[in-house]
Design a protein around this ligand. Structure first.
Ligand code: GCU
Length: 687
């Protein structure tokens, strides 16, 4: 590897010497020595991070101490620790910050100029110091700091679909990060770096195993391994969670049943949870996939989701643990339209869950497609806290080959207005609890990490891990602001690099939709692995496992009629959305073929007919990737050669794949569309 080459291992925590002499002078002047109060594993983790970062950024020694001294400039401590040395912010200040919020302030103090980082709790100041380092890494002015930030969502969790054998379901960056074979004896050094990365973006939980669970994960042997990981992550305030197999009482416990209503079953879970908390006192809880895609669940015994969730909730409740019960269900017997099933199953259960149960709902009603409308359960479960599940790993979006910046998608979802309690009841407000009683809240991202040296397979996929954390902390930040931070920390503060990369990232999601599934098309990827196009796939035994089910192309037109003349999925949304989605003329065109079967020669707002418009989108998607290839080339010499080459290769592959998408889809849909004349000009379908 070239001496100046980088391999991406450091992620956005690259602490490099400031190359701007004026700013360097300002920073050196402001941070000539640092104090981290307190004696705790968190305080030690903070000291380690500052000891690593400050000398590297400032290119000079920065003495670190655990007590205040005359030379003090940077002071870090919780409210209690500051109190003990006679320094304090007002009670009102701390109240505003809440349990996890932090503040960074420039303060004059006994003749010195302090930068104070404080909050009520250890976790708060841990995130605070990473925020402060981000200010330095992104070259912000630190003269008169007055930053106060608190998270809107309480539990911010990465979910790893990792199997015990080291494989990862939908993983595209190597094998599992967890070295199960060697644990609990040997811990990998990268595990601490994983925890640092999560903490730096405000995450505070990690689910270690696949939602398609294996019974062994709850065995004593594996719980000891899990406890070893929990010990490593604890100083970084990351709690561990597990996905239990619902039938574990039978498969692991040897009982004759896992019926949630049987006393021996609840006793078994009680004991198991007791054992877990003996080993992991701050265990977060369970994420459960039940009666979904063949996984066992309460319905196997004639019971329902609430029985199952409440059984586990009762076992976890004494320890403060919670259940994230997944709503990803689509039993064909519930409704012939897969997108309607979860709503139909769960809405009647609203109000029946214990307070420590959250219903975990994917962003859309199908399955992590490039674009879906938001899931209609958001806004339909007034008495149940809903956790939002996003997929960071790009199962349907080009995996670790395509550069697709997902913050834009997640913002669209979070900002969507459900109208559940009138205008302004956005998905974000439902998830963070501010639209309801706010009792508890969670957001979960299916991780894209693996054992690859650069963690995520594609250097730009790191941006999605980063963006998930930042949005989980504050859904109000713009996709652009997050990209700006990430680029400066990961690549360079050079304005040309920042501008060029930002431009590439910000249009990349829409481009991916354009070359894969424009105008509301969905689920036409190749079967099984979901990479590449196969709109004609029709070989699976279940209707909704076939791609033709989703687009329904015929000689008349294309699209799934979910209006009142079709499956009526539009009626699962609140007014005025339901009327808007129901009416082909009012439906947002980005979702047109999701809600309507539209004639090939139906005229769209652009003046073009559908078939022309579809082709235009395919062309635009490919053109965007061509432009990314070109602009990335222009950064040669400004980016270290190793990472530049790595990204170039992937962009070339992305371009080939985008061209394939266009070719396959235009040729496939063209067979239907061209059964009618392909003419520009007046719409032959209009009177
Ligand atoms: C998708 C994905 C599966 C996963 C499932 C889930 O269907 O393809 O691999 O198990 O989602 O979310 O449970």
């Amino acid at each position: 590897m070239d001496a100046t080459s980088e391999d991406g291992y450091e992620l956005w925590l690259r602490y490099r010497k400031l190359d701007d002499p004026t700013l360097l002078g300002q920073y050196r002047n402001a941070i000539h020595c640092a104090t981290v109060l307190g004696k705790s594993p968190i305080a030690d983790a903070i000291r380690r991070e500052l000891a690593r970062a400050l000398p590297a950024i400032l290119d000079q020694a920065v003495p670190l101490s655990d007590r205040t001294r005359a030379c003090n400039s940077l002071v870090v401590g919780t409210a209690g620790e500051l109190d003990a040395i006679g320094v304090s912010l007002s009670q009102a200040d701390y109240r505003r910050l809440g349990e996890d919020g932090f503040t960074i302030r420039s303060l004059p103090f006994t003749g010195n100029h302090w930068i104070l980082i404080t909050g009520i709790s250890g976790p708060a100041i841990l995130v605070g110091i990473f925020h402060f380092l981000r200010l330095l890494q992104t070259h912000r002015d630190i003269h008169a700091l007055d930053v106060s930030v608190c998270p809107r969502i309480r539990h911010r969790i990465l979910c790893h679909w990792d199997n015990i054998d080291g494989s990862i379901e939908r993983g595209y960056a190597g094998g599992s990060l967890w070295n199960w074979e060697e644990l609990p004896g040997i811990a990998g050094t990268w595990l601490v770096d994983y925890a640092r990365a999560c903490a730096s973006i405000g995450l505070n939980g990690t689910v270690l195993n696949n939602v398609n669970a294996q019974p062994e994960s709850l065995s004593t042997e594996y719980l000891r391994k899990t406890a070893a990981l929990a010990d490593l992550f604890r100083p970084y305030c990351i709690r561990v969670y597990l996905s239990p197999l619902f039938s574990a009482p039978v498969q692991l416990g040897g009982l004759g049943t896992s019926d949630p209503r049987r006393p021996e079953v609840s006793e078994w879970w009680k004991r198991k949870v007791e054992e877990i908390y003996r080993l992991i006192p701050d265990f977060g809880g369970f994420v459960v996939k039940a009666n979904s895609e063949g996984q066992p669940g309460p319905q196997d015994y004639g019971a329902n989701h609430d029985d199952g969730a409440n059984l586990l909730a009762a076992a976890l409740e004494p320890y403060g643990g919670m259940v994230l019960w997944r709503a990803f269900v689509y039993d064909a017997a519930t409704d012939a339209d897969r997108a309607k099933c979860a709503y139909e199953e769960f809405v009647p259960l609203d109000g029946k869950f214990q307070p420590n149960v959250l219903l975990q709902v994917k962003n859309g009603p199908a399955d992590f497609q490039p674009r879906e409308p938001f899931h209609p359960l958001f806004g339909a479960m007034a008495k149940t806290p809903l956790a939002l599940e996003l997929q960071i790993t790009q199962e349907y979006l080009g995996q670790s080959i395509h550069l697709v910046y997902l913050a834009s998608m997640w913002k669209e979802v979070l900002d969507s207005d459900t109208y559940a309690k009138g205008p302004g009841t956005t998905v974000a407000r439902i998830v963070d609890g501010s639209a309801g009683d706010g009792a508890t809240s969670a957001i979960v991202g299916v991780a894209n990490t693996g054992s690859d040296r650069n963690w995520c397979g594609h250097h730009f996929a790191q941006a999605n891990w980063y963006a998930f954390g930042r949005l989980a902390w504050d859904a109000g930040i713009s996709a652009e602001a997050i990209a700006d931070e990430w680029i400066r920390m990961t690549w360079s503060n050079d304005p040309v690099v920042v501008d060029v990369i930002k431009l590439m990232m910000l249009g990349s999601w829409e481009a991916c939709i354009d070359y894969m599934t424009p105008l509301g098309l969905h689920h036409i990827m190749q079967e099984g692995h979901h990479y590449g196009p196969d709109p004609g796939f029709d070989g699976a035994p279940r209707a909704d496992w076939n791609n033709v089910y989703y687009h329904r192309a015929d000689a008349e037109g294309v699209g799934f009629d979910r209006s009142s003349s079709g499956s009526n999925a539009a009626s699962q949304y609140h007014s005025p959305l339901r009327e808007q989605f129901d009416d082909m003329a009012a439906c947002p065109e980005r979702l047109l073929l999701w809600f309507h079967h539209v004639g090939w020669h139906h005229r769209l707002r652009s003046g073009s007919v559908l078939w022309e418009e579809l082709q235009r989108h395919y062309d635009a998607g490919v053109a965007y990737v061509q432009e990314m290839v070109r602009t990335w080339q222009s950064l040669q010499g400004k980016i270290d050669p190793e990472r530049h080459r790595h990204v170039s290769e992937r962009l070339e592959q992305q371009l080939e794949n985008a061209q394939l998408w266009r070719q396959v889809c235009i040729s496939y849909f063209g067979r239907f569309a061209s059964s009618k004349p392909r003419i520009r000009g007046p719409d032959p379908c209009l009177p």
